[in-house]
Design a binder for this molecule. Structure first.
Ligand code: UDP
Length: 377
């Protein structure tokens, strides 16, 4: 066994950022990754149609964090990309998040300004002071009709739970707009890496102090790696303790079954992402990758997303039961010295990409603060 200072389990956002930070201060870093590639769920590649596609679903970078934006720009050039999503509802195509156009289309009315839209929302929403779940969160914002048409069944398909069974935070990810703004996000920085995410992470890991071992399950070889200064674990938190404590109560995760097809046409749909919030189809959305970065190709690749219970864990499922189970794991995790749990799966939190970057950078800064190695932007 080689001498290593920092052992990292998982080569996703958190693992790669911590590897880069520790390598930069002279530590020897080893990353152990179960999959046959780096970049975690951001992994992308050029497919048979010559199109840059993401293996685990579209990843749209957006942030208000200056420090994160500066950090990611050190490793790739980025081009501006303001993501938009449309939804097929009642045989109509409308913008999501809900804005003036959405309401006009679906209710066949003619709102023309913010004031009228605010009045419409006041007349239709069901005011709930502190929404305690996803259903209340949506009813409070847009009322019952839009809840039924755009959120209830989409959420059931996505989570196999109705919004009432999920924390309000899940549905509150999507704003409601009183203007015509049809962007999915309103952050200051919205962009995609030129050359894709895999290249970005290759660059992040490009340091002589970093070694990456792929296709290796840490739990199969952990006895070989017992001496390190620090261990960063970015996998599912319950899996970590299952292997040290025997069987424990499992946390729920949702996975996605990506069904990809080639369509022999220049384009299949008019936008990168089209949501299907109704019950007429089983998938939640269709992604057409060539829209991202306006790629050119003779044919097009489309991917339908079906979310499922079994498979690789992508989404933690935030609700009171899971938070309670997670609290137990968190207590166990906090007892460990020099073992840190970081990222979406290890913290059981529905982080966006920029939050994952920020948490990893913050953790490094916090752990190394006394040693004056703080990352300065
Ligand atoms: N959602 C919905 N209808 C939509 C889009 C989203 O009901 O057309 C709900 C659904 O519960 C989803 C949540 O809002 O899980 C958050 O959506 P987001 O697009 O942020 O999910 P992600 O892109 O992370 O899968």
């Amino acid at each position: 066994m080689k001498n290593i200072d920092i052992l990292i389990i998982g080569a996703g956002i958190s693992g790669c950022v911590l590897a880069e930070r520790y390598a930069a201060i002279g530590k020897k870093v080893l990353i152990i990754e179960k999959r046959n590639h780096i970049a975690g769920n951001c992994y992308d590649y050029i497919d048979g149609n010559g199109i840059l596609v993401s293996k685990y679903g579209a990843h749209l970078f957006h942030t208000n964090e200056e420090s994160v934006w500066k950090y990611v720009n050190k490793f790739s050039d980025w081009y501006p990309w303001e993501h938009k999503v449309i939804a097929r509802v009642d045989n109509k195509t409308v913008p999501i998040p809900v804005n003036i156009t959405t309401v006009n289309e679906l209710f066949d009315i003619n709102i023309t300004n913010e004031e009228e839209m605010k009045i419409w929302l006041e007349e239709n929403r069901m005011p709930i002071e502190k929404p305690s779940n996803g259903e209340e969160a949506v009813l409070n914002r847009v009322g019952t009709v839009l809840y039924e048409k755009m959120f209830k069944h989409y959420t059931k398909k996505q989570w196999d739970k109705y919004p009432a069974e999920l924390d309000a935070s899940v549905l509150e990810r999507i704003p409601v707009r009183t203007n015509y703004d049809d962007r999915y996000f309103s952050d200051t920085y919205q962009a995609l890496p030129k050359g894709g995410y895999t290249q970005l992470f290759e660059k992040i890991l490009d340091h002589p102090n970093i070694e990456v071992v792929l296709e290796t399950d840490y739990f199969d070889i952990k006895d070989q790696y017992t001496t390190y200064e620090k261990l960063f674990y970015t996998g599912p938190v319950d899996r970590f303790f299952e292997f040290t404590h025997g069987f424990l109560e499992k946390l729920e995760y949702r996975s996605i079954n990506f069904v990809s097809e080639t369509v022999d046409a220049e384009f299949f749909q008019e936008n990168s992402v089209v949501n299907y919030p109704g019950t007429e189809v089983g998938f939640t959305r269709i992604i057409e990758y060539k829209h991202f970065g306006n790629q050119k190709s003779e044919k097009t690749t489309v991917v339908k997303e079906f979310t499922v219970d079994e498979g690789e864990p992508y989404y933690p499922v935030p609700n009171p039961r899971n938070q309670e189970v997670y609290a137990y794991y968190k207590t166990e995790a906090d007892k460990l010295v020099d073992v840190h749990f970081v990222g979406r799966l290890a913290n059981y939190k529905y982080f966006n990409m920029d939050q994952a970057f920020k948490n990893a950078l913050d953790l490094f800064n916090q752990l190394e603060k006394d040693k004056k190695n703080i990352y300065k932007t």
